[in-house]
Design a binder for this molecule. Structure first.
Ligand code: CTP
Length: 472
């Protein structure tokens, strides 16, 4: 049997086998027998071990050690699958990826491989992959198959039992539960054929997450068809694998967050600004979304990208930020991490201001901006149950923050030292004090210096405890 197998192998595989056999001091036939025996005995463990060897940290729980087969089909939402891989790996899932031919038009196997820690599988008739794993083992050696994005075409093939490429062959051969994250143009989603296929797939026991309603990646298209956000898919995975409870500490809560600086125009080309990077507010938005909150992030001009799974509202000036924040209410919690400019120019020039030759600089008259935190804290009907402000101070940090808490009427203040020595402004670390108003007295907690992500996670966990007594 061994010689029959060797004869049928490609020259390249034969060469690799010869080298491996020589290194182990075996004949090629013996080497094949060893490989087959190892494969049969250790198949389910091998993928996890390989992934761990490639630098994954030790799984946090037995459930989180699960192996996921992610199938990426060819839709524009495939770019989100890269973030999905990252999110799954963060939670210590081993992720093995199959990409359809069309998927490779949207994201490269190299990018996918870099994130998953393993070369993705792309071809049913690729002798290397067949020799290394084989499509049946690929289909079987996993705890869950996730298809994200699942295009209309792939759903149609699945519903009809096609197996003409590696993705569909694996889907047909698997014994594992299948989770689909459909993504397509809204007209394709509502088309009777797709809905018929969906019904068939649901009846076959396939589980779906999304699609969501909203703007599509293609310009000018909106409706139901957007792929679920990576964090929603992760929540669905956790629910199916029993790794998480499905219900997270901030599920169902709406949190509005302001972040970044504001730009106050002087004329069409100049503005007043400050050094805020937005990192702290963005980290809070990310941490809140991870705990299941429905987050609206009202952001001033920053260089940071959108936070996945978060509703982004980008604004320029303090007045725009106030408008966007009010429009985002009602909310359970509002967190004001923005470094709002205190003043704007009284008369914004319609044209670029010119030097008049006198050598005298122009006088800039300033007026005070609306205080967004104070405005929301004092709302009668739509005041969030918990309003959290930040206090950026360069001296007497706690004393000034306590006064600010009272003056602005919020519930908590996160005070941070923004003096040059403090390094919080624009930097990655932050040393903060949480000041809460309990009766007449303000309570002060000083947290250790930590990354802005750490501060964000601690703050959001405290908020979860405050809202419903749940800890993370
Ligand atoms: N804030 C706001 N709107 C403003 C000014 C500040 O919402 N126009 C919010 C900030 O987002 C922060 C808190 O108020 O949560 C305190 O901001 P900070 O800049 O520290 O305080 P100021 O109100 O500017 O007070 P001061 O300049 O006296 O320190």
């Amino acid at each position: 049997m061994g010689s029959l197998t060797v004869r049928n192998l490609s020259e390249d595989v034969k060469k690799r086998l010869r080298l491996r056999a020589a290194a182990n001091g075996r004949s090629m036939e013996e080497e094949i027998r060893v490989l087959l025996a190892e494969g049969a005995a250790e198949a389910p463990v091998a993928a996890k071990a390989a992934s761990a060897a490639k630098g994954d940290k030790a799984p946090a729980t037995a459930a989180a050690a699960s192996q996921i087969l992610l199938i990426i089909s060819g839709g524009i939402a495939a770019y989100k699958s890269l973030d999905l891989i990252r999110r799954l790996r963060e939670r210590h899932y081993a992720v093995r990826v199959v990409m359809t031919k069309a998927a490779q038009e949207f994201v490269t196997p190299m990018a996918v491989g870099a994130l998953s820690g393993e070369k993705p599988f792309t071809d049913l008739f690729d002798q290397h992959s067949e020799f290394d794993v084989g499509h049946i083992r690929l289909a079987r050696d996993n705890d869950l198959v996730v298809v994200a994005p699942a295009t209309a075409d792939l759903m149609a093939k699945m519903a009809n039992g096609h197996a003409d490429d590696l993705a569909t062959a694996a889907l047909l051969a698997t014994n594992s539960k299948i989770l689909l994250a459909p993504a397509m143009n809204p007209a394709m989603w509502t088309n009777k054929a797709t809905q018929r296929n969906l019904k068939t797939l649901l009846a076959d026991g396939v589980v779906t997450v999304g699609p969501n309603k909203g703007e599509m990646a293609e310009s000018g298209e909106a409706g139901t068809g957007r792929m679920a956000e990576p964090l929603e898919i992760v929540a669905a995975v956790e629910k199916l694998l029993g790794g998480g409870t499905g219900e997270k500490p901030l599920s169902g809560k709406h949190i509005v967050i302001t972040a970044g600086p504001t730009h106050e125009p002087i004329d069409p080309v100049r503005y007043i600004a400050n050094r805020s990077s937005g990192k702290q507010g963005y980290a809070i938005a990310r941490a809140a979304a991870e705990l299941g909150a429905n987050v609206t992030l009202v952001s001033g001009p920053v260089t940071l990208g959108d936070v996945p799974g978060v509703k982004m509202v980008r604004v320029e000036s303090a007045r725009d930020m106030l408008k966007a924040t009010e429009a985002a209410l009602p909310a359970d919690v509002a967190i004001f991490a923005a470094a709002v400019a205190d003043w704007r120019t009284a008369n914004e020039g319609e044209q670029k201001m010119k030097k008049d030759g006198s050598g005298q600089p122009p006088k800039l008259a300033l007026v005070e901006n609306p205080d967004i935190l104070a405005t929301v804290s004092k709302l009668k009907s739509k005041r969030p149950a918990l309003v959290v402000g930040f206090a950026a101070e360069t001296e007497k940090v706690i004393e000034h923050a306590k006064a600010k808490l009272k003056r602005k009427g919020c519930d908590w203040i996160v005070a941070n030292d923004v003096s040059a020595e403090g390094g919080a402004m624009g930097g990655d670390d932050n040393a903060v004090h949480l000041i809460s108003a309990t009766g007449m007295e303000a309570k002060v907690e000083s947290w250790p210096t930590q990354s802005k992500d750490g501060v964000a996670r601690q703050l959001v966990a405290r908020i979860a405890t405050e809202l419903n007594g749940k800890t993370t």
